[in-house]
Design a protein around this ligand. Structure first.
Ligand code: ATP
Ligand code: PRP
Length: 206
């Protein structure tokens, strides 16, 4: 059976395909996949899922390898082998507020998609905060008065800037990561190693 790679849909998929074709792999069946969520190339099978689900498919051995953001590995604990960084998907985690924000005397409210990371960050600082979980567009929360600040990914800073927010503190740096199922690495070592080696042939990874 061909090795299975689980790929995070969307932004990372696009960046991975560019990188993968640059390494000489055939991406034509993937580029022309339409809405299909499973695609085969001559040597590999690909499945397409949301980041947290990529981790789940790899943990349960449905996929041998996975491409996922480091932020997802930090947020969701999983029993997978975190093999190596990839040279795309660079971003950082930051606390951001409205420009000129005056912090309240009482408990701060923080909105985030990353509630685990947020909780750990403020715990480490010894600060008790209320955390509100959002699923996206978190920059809205301080503007609309739902929260005092957000914890979110920043890449170019454009989203913050265009919504009148500024970085208060940056605290983690991420890139996309190559992950593997633990037993696949032993059982399918011969098939997986050439792919892993090619993917590790990179510059500029974090
Ligand atoms: N602005 C960004 N710049 C670089 N990498 C990013 C950025 N936003 C997200 N990422 C990385 O890409 C991964 C996938 O993010 P993406 O926004 O495509 O999916 P998502 O967070 O599930 O959002 P959506 O619900 O819109 O699909 C994230 O886990 C992170 O590692
Ligand atoms: O610093 P920038 O380059 O502007 O990128 C940061 C934005 O990208 C991500 O959002 P995404 O586009 O994934 O949408 P989302 O709000 O639905 O998560 C992240 O949550 C920020 O909003």
């Amino acid at each position: 059976m061909k090795p299975v790679i689980a790929l995070t849909k969307g932004r990372l998929e696009t960046q991975f395909l560019k990188y993968f074709s640059g390494l000489g792999f055939d991406i034509e069946p993937i580029v022309n996949k339409g809405r299909k969520l499973r695609v085969e190339t001559d040597d590999l099978q690909f499945i397409f899922a949301k980041g947290p689900d990529v981790v789940t498919y790899v943990q349960y051995g449905i996929a041998d390898l996975g491409i996922v953001g480091g932020d997802i590995l930090a947020e969701y604990t999983a029993d997978v082998y975190d093999l190596l960084p990839l040279p795309f998907g660079a971003c950082r985690m930051a606390v951001a507020t409205e420009k000129g924000k005056v912090w309240p005397d009482q408990k701060k409210t923080i909105a985030s998609k990353y509630t685990g990371i947020t909780k750990a960050f403020f715990k480490e600082k010894g600060e008790s905060v209320e955390i509100i979980k959002l699923e996206g567009s978190v920059e809205l929360a301080p503007i609309l008065g739902l929260a005092d600040a957000i914890v979110d990914i920043v890449e170019t800073g454009t989203t913050l800037k265009e919504n009148g927010l500024v970085i208060d503190e940056e605290f983690m740096h991420f890139s996309a990561r190559l992950i593997a199922n633990r037993s696949s690495l032993k059982i399918k070592r011969e098939e997986l190693m050439p792919i892993i080696e090619k993917l590790s042939n990179q510059e500029g990874a974090q």
